[in-house]
Design a protein around this ligand. Structure first.
Ligand code: TRP
Ligand code: ZN
Length: 896
C-alpha cells in the first residue's frame, strides 16, 4: 500500500506519467459505512513521456468493478500492484470507469472522505484522493472534474463540491442529489466535497472586472453568529489581491466551510475551502484579538492559494514551498498592510508593519530554527522524504516565505510584481517547479539569481557575523560580513548563500547617519541593502565624524542568526533609539535573552539569581514610554519564546531556564509594580468590543502588564486579575485575566478555571484555550499540583477526545511543546506519557501522532542526562510493530 519504511522517495526520481487524465466524472452515493464511488475518467497518453501502462494509486479501497471503454478488462490487462492498479492500453485515449467502496465512518485519519459531527467532508492534500478512488494521485495530473453527490436529505441537506452548481433534485427514500462542475483543470489534491447540515452567511460582491460573485461561509446553525469576521476577511483578501497583484477571483461562487475535526489549519480546495473551525469562527464573546488575527490571515492564505497553488500548481510534492512559501509571504504582506492601513501616520504604519514582522520572526525562531538544527533539517525544497505529510513544516512554510521575501527585497516591489506577472503569463494552468518561479523573477528583472537558488537546496540556519572597525584618522567605518552554515544531516559541507543584509549606522545622538559607501556617487539613504554572496566581504562607509553604532539585518532581511559583538550598553542604546522598529525590538530581545541565559546558568549552578540593574533601567524606560504604539510595546516587553531560548543554551536544560524566566518576570513585576499598574489602568479600552488594531494593541499590552503583576503575585495584582476576569466584556479580556491567574501561584486561579469551565463547557473552541492554559502552565511553587497528573486528569474531561486534533494540539501539544520544564521532568514520567499518547494516536491518526512525536526530535541539544532518557524512549518506540510511516520516519531520523 505504502512505501515501506526506509525507502525514501527522491526528488531526482521524478518522471512524468505515461497516461494523464483529461476529465473526471465522480459519483458519490454517500452512506455512513459504505459509500459507493463511481469514477469515470478519460485517460490520455502523455506525449512527453515514455510508453507504459496507466498507473493508478489507491489506498484502503474496496474495488467493486473496472471497465475500460465500457468493457470488462481483458485477461492480464489489469494488475493490482502494491500501491494501486496498472492497466495496459494501446490507445492514446480511453475511458476507465472504476467503482470503489469506502467506509467514511471508520476513517479517523481525517484524510480522504471522513465524517465529523454527522457530516461528510474530504481532505485530499497531499495524498488523500487515493483513499477515495483509484487515480494518478499526484499534482502534475490536472483534470477537469464534474461531481454528482447523493445523500440523505434530512441528515445532509447541503451538498457541496468544487466550482459551479449545475443541478439539484430530490430522489426517492428521502434522498437528494446535487451536481457540480469545476471549469478549471486541477490536481486531485484540490478536489473536495461536503455533505452536511450547515447554514451559510452569504454576500454578493463585484470583482475588479465588474463580475458579481457569490461568497458563502458555511457553518453549523448554532455558529452563524460567529462568521462575520471570516466573511469580512475574505472580502478584504479579494480586494488586496486585486490591488496588489491584479489577481481576481475566477469563479462565480466561492465557499468556505468550517469543520470541527481537521488535521491542519485550512485547505484551499478549488472554490470550496475547508477550514478548521478554529480559523473561521470568532465573535467578541468567543474569540480573542489573536483569534481574529488568525482568522484573517488563514482566510487570506487559503484565498491567495487560488492563484499561487491552484491556477499554477506544483509539479511534485518536493516543490511544496512553491505554493506554500509564496502564499505565506502573500498572507504576511496582507496582514502587515491591513495593520498599516488602520494607522494614522507613516511612523505608526511602520510600527504596525513591524508588529506583523515581529510575529513572523517569532514563529521562525521558535519553530523553524529548532527544526533546522535537528534531525528533520531539510532545505525548503527537500531532496527526499518517506512521508510527505511530515514535510508540511515550518521550513517549507515559514523559511520558504523568508526566501520569497528576500527576492522581494532584492528585486523591489515593482520588480517582484513584474516577476509575478511573468510567472502567471507563462505558467497559468500548469504544474511547475521552484526553478520556474525563480526563473520568472530573474527574467522579468534581468537579474542573475543562480546563486540565490542555493536557498532552495541548502538546509540549516546560516550564521551571519558582522564586525565593524572605525578609523578615526579618515572617518571611515569598515563593516565585514561573513557567513557560515553548520552541517545538517546528509549535508556536511555548505556553500555561501546570497544574503541581502539591510544595514544602518546610528550616530551618538541616536539618529541614523546618511550612508556613503566608498566609491559610490549616491549617498544619503539611512538603510542600505548589502548583498553578501561570498564567505566574507567588507564594505567601507566614509564621511563619519565619530564611531557609529551599527544596526544590522534591519527588518530581519534574511533568515539567519546574526552574530555581532555588542555589549549591554549598545543593546540598551539600540533598544532606545534604533529607527528600525524591528531591530529595536530585536535589541530588546537580545538583551533579555542574554539576561535570561545568565540567570539560567546561575540557577543551574545553584547561585543566587539577580537581574542586572542596567537591564531593569532599559526595560523600564520602554515600559513608561507613552509615545510607543501599545501593540509594538507589547512585543518589546514580552519574553523570547522558551523553545527559542532552549536552542540558545550551550546545553539545553529546561528546569534552570524556567527558573530564570520565572525569576525575571517576578522581579520585573515587583520592581516596577507601580509602572505596570499605571499603564494597566491607562490602557483600558472603553465601549463595545471591536476588532481594531488600536484597541487590540491596548488590550495586548494591558494583559501583558497584568501578567507581570500576577507573576509578582501581590494582593493588588491578584485582585486586579480577578476583577478583570469577572467583569470582562469580551474574550480577549476574560482569557487574558484567566491566563494571568493561571500563570501565577495565586489560589484564586482554581476558582477562575472552574468558573471558566462552567461557562464554556459546551463551547469546543473556547474549551481548547482552557485545556491549553492548564497544560502549558508554569509551576510557581513546589506546592502546585504536578502538571502531568493534571493533564492526565483532563483527558478524562467529557469534552476531551483523542480523535479531535484541536483537543490533542491544545492539551497534549500544550504539554509536549509548550511546557518544557514540566514535560522534561527528571523522573522521565513525561516521556513515558509521551510514548503512551504517540502509540494511541499512531493507530487512529498518524498525521497527528507524528506531530506529537516531533516534540522530542531535538533531543540532542539537551544535557547528557536528559539525552539519555529521551534516547531510551525513542528506542522503545522504534521497536513497535505497526508504526505508521509518519511516525516511523520521525523516530528513525531522531535515532539516526
Ligand atoms: N495546503 C494547506 C495550507 O497550507 C495545508 C493542509 C491542510 C494540509 N490540510 C492538510 C496538508 C492536510 C497536509 C495534510 O493551506
Ligand atoms: Zn498553504
Amino acid at each position: 500500500m505504502r512505501t515501506p519504511n526506509g525507502s525514501p522517495i527522491r526528488r531526482e526520481a521524478y518522471r512524468p506519467l505515461a497516461y494523464g487524465v483529461e476529465t473526471v466524472d465522480l459519483d458519490f452515493v454517500l452512506e455512513a459505512q459504505a459509500t459507493l464511488v463511481t469514477n469515470r475518467m478519460r485517460c490520455v497518453r502523455n506525449p512527453d513521456s515514455d510508453a507504459g501502462p496507466i498507473v493508478l494509486l489507491g489506498d484502503g479501497l474496496t474495488l467493486v468493478s473496472v471497465r475500460i471503454d465500457g468493457a470488462e478488462p481483458a485477461p492480464g490487462q489489469l494488475r493490482e500492484t502494491g500501491s494501486g492498479l496498472e492497466i495496459d492500453v494501446n490507445a492514446d485515449s480511453v475511458v476507465v470507469e472504476i467503482v470503489t467502496r469506502i467506509d467514511p465512518s471508520a476513517n479517523l485519519t481525517l484524510s480522504g472522505l471522513y465524517r465529523s459531527r454527522g457530516g461528510y467532508y474530504t481532505q485530499c492534500e497531499a495524498e488523500g484522493f487515493r483513499r477515495i478512488t483509484y487515480f494518478p494521485d499526484r499534482p502534475d495530473v490536472m483534470a477537469r472534474y464534474t461531481v454528482r453527490l447523493e445523500a440523505d436529505a434530512a441528515l445532509c441537506p447541503v451538498l457541496l463540491s468544487n466550482g459551479n452548481l449545475l443541478e439539484t433534485g430530490s430522489l426517492p427514500n428521502g434522498r437528494h442529489f446535487a451536481r457540480w462542475e469545476d471549469p478549471f483543470p486541477k490536481p486531485s489534491y484540490l478536489f473536495a466535497l461536503v455533505a452536511a447540515d450547515l447554514k451559510a452567511l452569504e454576500r454578493r460582491v463585484t470583482t475588479m472586472s465588474g463580475r458579481e460573485v457569490l461568497l458563502q461561509v458555511w457553518v453549523e446553525a448554532r455558529d452563524l453568529d460567529r462568521v462575520d469576521h471570516a466573511m469580512e476577511s475574505l472580502i478584504h483578501s479579494m480586494r488586496w489581491d486585486e490591488e496588489t497583484f491584479g489577481l481576481e477571483l475566477d469563479l462565480d461562487r466561492f465557499m468556505i466551510v468550517a469543520v470541527s475535526d481537521f488535521n491542519m489549519g485550512a485547505m484551499e480546495n478549488k472554490g470550496l475551502n475547508i477550514f478548521n473551525t478554529k480559523y473561521v469562527l470568532a465573535n467578541p464573546q468567543s474569540g480573542t484579538d489573536v483569534d481574529y488575527e488568525n482568522v484573517e490571515s488563514v482566510v487570506a492564505h487559503e484565498y491567495f492559494h487560488n492563484w499561487t497553488g491552484n491556477r499554477v500548481t506544483c509539479r511534485d510534492w518536493f516543490q511544496l514551498t512553491l505554493k506554500e512559501g509564496l502564499t505565506v509571504f502573500r498572507d504576511q504582506q496582507f496582514s502587515a498592510d491591513m495593520l498599516a492601513r488602520a494607522s494614522d501616520s507613516p511612523a505608526a504604519a511602520a510600527s504596525a508593519r513591524a508588529v506583523t514582522r515581529i510575529a513572523n520572526v517569532r514563529v521562525l525562531r521558535s519553530a523553524q530554527f529548532p527544526e533546522d538544527a535537528g534531525p528533520m533539517a531539510h532545505p525548503i525544497r527537500p531532496d527526499s522524504y518517506q512521508e510527505i505529510n511530515n514535510f508540511y513544516t515550518a521550513t517549507v512554510y515559514e523559511k520558504g516565505s523568508e526566501v520569497i521575501r528576500m527576492l522581494h527585497t532584492l528585486l523591489g516591489k515593482e520588480g517582484f510584481r513584474n516577476g509575478m506577472d511573468l510567472y502567471f503569463s507563462y505558467h497559468d494552468g500548469q504544474a511547475v517547479t521552484c526553478d520556474d518561479f525563480v526563473g520568472c523573477m530573474a527574467e522579468a528583472n534581468g537579474a542573475d539569481l543562480d546563486l540565490f537558488m542555493r536557498w532552495y537546496s541548502q538546509a540549516g540556519t546560516p550564521r551571519l557575523k558582522a564586525e565593524g572597525v572605525f578609523d578615526a584618522a579618515d572617518g571611515s567605518y569598515t563593516l565585514t560580513l561573513s557567513q557560515r552554515t553548520p552541517p545538517t544531516p546528509g549535508q556536511a559541507d555548505k556553500l555561501p548563500l546570497h544574503i541581502p543584509v539591510a544595514v544602518g549606522l546610528i550616530g551618538a545622538d541616536g539618529k541614523d547617519l546618511p550612508l556613503q559607501l566608498e566609491g559610490e556617487a549616491r549617498a544619503g539613504d539611512s538603510t542600505r541593502i548589502l548583498e553578501l554572496k561570498e564567505a566574507s566581504k567588507s564594505w567601507r562607509f566614509t564621511g563619519l565624524a565619530a564611531e557609529p553604532v551599527p544596526s544590522i539585518l534591519r527588518g530581519f532581511s534574511a533568515p539567519v542568526i546574526l552574530e555581532v559583538d555588542e555589549n549591554d550598553a549598545r543593546l540598551a542604546f539600540r533598544m532606545a533609539h534604533d529607527s528600525d522598529p524591528f531591530n529595536r525590538w530585536d535589541a530588546a530581545q537580545r538583551y533579555m535573552e542574554r539576561v535570561i541565559l545568565a540567570l539560567a546558568a546561575d540557577a543551574a549552578a545553584g547561585r543566587q539569581l539577580e537581574v542586572p540593574q542596567a537591564f531593569g533601567h532599559a526595560f523600564r524606560a520602554l515600559l513608561v514610554n507613552e509615545s510607543l504604539d501599545p501593540a509594538f510595546l507589547a512585543e518589546i516587553l514580552a519574553l523570547p519564546a522558551e523553545t527559542y531560548l532552549l536552542e540558545c543554551m550551550p546545553q539545553a536544560d529546561p528546569a534552570p531556564l524556567r527558573a530564570a524566566l520565572m525569576h525575571l518576570m517576578r522581579e520585573l513585576g515587583h520592581a516596577m509594580q507601580a509602572d505596570f499598574l499605571d499603564r494597566y489602568l491607562d490602557l483600558e479600552v472603553d465601549g463595545d468590543y471591536r476588532y481594531h488594531p488600536a484597541d487590540a494593541g491596548k488590550r495586548a499590552l494591558r494583559n501583558l502588564c497584568l501578567r507581570y503583576l500576577t507573576a509578582w503575585g501581590g494582593a493588588t495584582a491578584i485582585d486586579l486579575a480577578q476583577k478583570q476576569f469577572e467583569h470582562a466584556g469580551n474574550m480577549t479580556e476574560r482569557y487574558g485575566a484567566l491566563a494571568a491567574l493561571v500563570q501565577s501561584d495565586a489560589p484564586a486561579r482554581f476558582d477562575a478555571l472552574a468558573a471558566f469551565h462552567e461557562q464554556y463547557k459546551d463551547d469546543a473552541l473556547v474549551l481548547d484555550k482552557w485545556f491549553l492554559l492548564q497544560a502549558s502552565a508554569w509551576r510557581w511553587s513546589e506546592a502546585a499540583p504536578a502538571t502531568l497528573e493534571q493533564v492526565r486528569a483532563l483527558m478524562d474531561n467529557p469534552a476531551f477526545s483523542l480523535s479531535n486534533p484541536n483537543k490533542v494540539y491544545s492539551l497534549l501539544g500544550g504539554y509536549f511543546r509548550g511546557n518544557a520544564a514540566e514535560f522534561h521532568r527528571p523522573d522521565g514520567a513525561g516521556y513515558a506519557f509521551w510514548v503512551e499518547q504517540v502509540r494511541a494516536l499512531n493507530k487512529s491518526n498518524p498525521q497527528v501522532a507524528s506531530r506529537m512525536a516531533r516534540a522530542l526530535e531535538g533531543w540532542r541539544k539537551f544535557t547528557p542526562e536528559i539525552q539519555a532518557r529521551i534516547r531510551a524512549v525513542f528506542e522503545t518506540l522504534a521497536k513497535d510493530e505497526g508504526l505508521s510511516p509518519d511516525v516511523a520516519e520521525i523516530v528513525g531520523k531522531a535515532l539516526a
